[in-house]
Write a protein that binds this ligand. Structure first.
Ligand SMILES: Nc1ncnc2c1ncn2[C@@H]1O[C@H](COP(=O)(O)OP(=O)(O)OP(=O)(O)O)[C@@H](O)[C@H]1O
Length: 257
């Protein structure tokens, strides 16, 4: 992976998103950098997930959705017709709210992506990718003796780490997480937060969360969205201790949500 020291990994410029005639995101510009966790916070329906999904074109799957503006990855327009969307989604991986392992073995859940992307030339190579991905996702020790068991037989927290391993296996640069802990208990949540901490050194991570404490714990940058607008974006410590906008202050102090 090339080093991006001065340039941002991803940039969004004047991005608006529509569902039919309804504008869900209004003119948002933001930069996402390597080795950083960026948290998207804001009241329900403010457009956090919609905006997150523009970053790897997941909204292409929604027929009524339309995106205006420009989003780049390493300076390249991800909405250009030359962009290979399958490749893009490997480079910008995604972890969803509800753990969604395939109804296949733990091994196959991780091997699936590398196989379709041709990342392993033989079984030994694939074994290495599977083990390393599970290690990076903090799951190896728990599953190494039962790799042929079904992924769906794991606990919720383990399933979510399996989904993180699956994203990692195709060697992404950016990982998008849409409320990855909302279906998990506090112990499983703590493990995922710890994992996000460890993964930060290798990727750019963007996380949507309803949990303000979680945003404060895991992120270095926080973006506050309200009614489709990006109200404020800055260092997490600043946003939580010294927000510039009244609306941000009201939200983080629990005045509305
Ligand atoms: N597939 C869709 N079709 C039409 N409208 C949609 C669709 N998905 C989201 N919306 C609308 O877009 C707006 C933003 O929704 P979005 O899910 O992005 O918000 P959010 O901030 O992530 O909310 P939450 O925190 O509740 O998940 C909402 O008004 C929602 O109803």
């Amino acid at each position: 992976m090339e080093q991006m020291t001065e340039k941002s990994k991803m940039t969004a410029r004047n991005v608006s998103v529509f569902y039919g005639d309804k504008r869900a995101i209004d003119n948002v510009s933001i930069d996402v950098d390597m080795e950083n966790v960026t948290a998207f916070i804001g009241p329900s329906g403010c457009g956090k997930s919609t905006f997150l999904r523009t970053l790897n074109r997941m909204n292409d799957t929604v027929a009524s959705a339309r995106v205006e503006g420009e989003i780049t990855l390493d300076g390249e327009d991800i909405y250009a017709s030359s962009m290979d969307v399958v490749q893009l989604r490997a480079r910008v991986g995604m972890v969803f709210q509800k753990p969604n392992p395939f109804p296949k073995s733990i091994y196959e859940n991780v091997a699936y992506g590398p196989r379709i992307h041709g990342l392993a030339s033989n079984k030994a190579d694939m074994d290495v990718i599977v083990e390393q991905s599970l290690r990076k996702a903090g799951l190896w020790d728990e599953v190494k003796d039962r790799l042929s068991d079904s992924g769906t037989a794991l606990s919720g927290g383990q399933q979510q780490r399996l989904c993180i391993a699956r994203a990692i296996a195709v060697d992404p640069e950016v990982i998008l997480m849409d409320e990855p802990c909302s279906a998990l208990d506090p112990i499983a949540t703590a493990k995922i937060e710890e994992l996000i901490h460890e993964l930060r050194g290798r990727y750019a991570i963007v996380i949507v969360t309803h949990n303000m404490q979680q945003a404060a714990r895991v992120s270095q940058r926080t973006a506050f969205f309200h009614l489709g607008n990006l109200v404020e974006y800055g260092e997490t410590s600043e946003i939580f201790t010294n927000p510039r906008q009244e609306r941000t202050k009201d939200y983080i102090t629990g005045r509305y949500g």
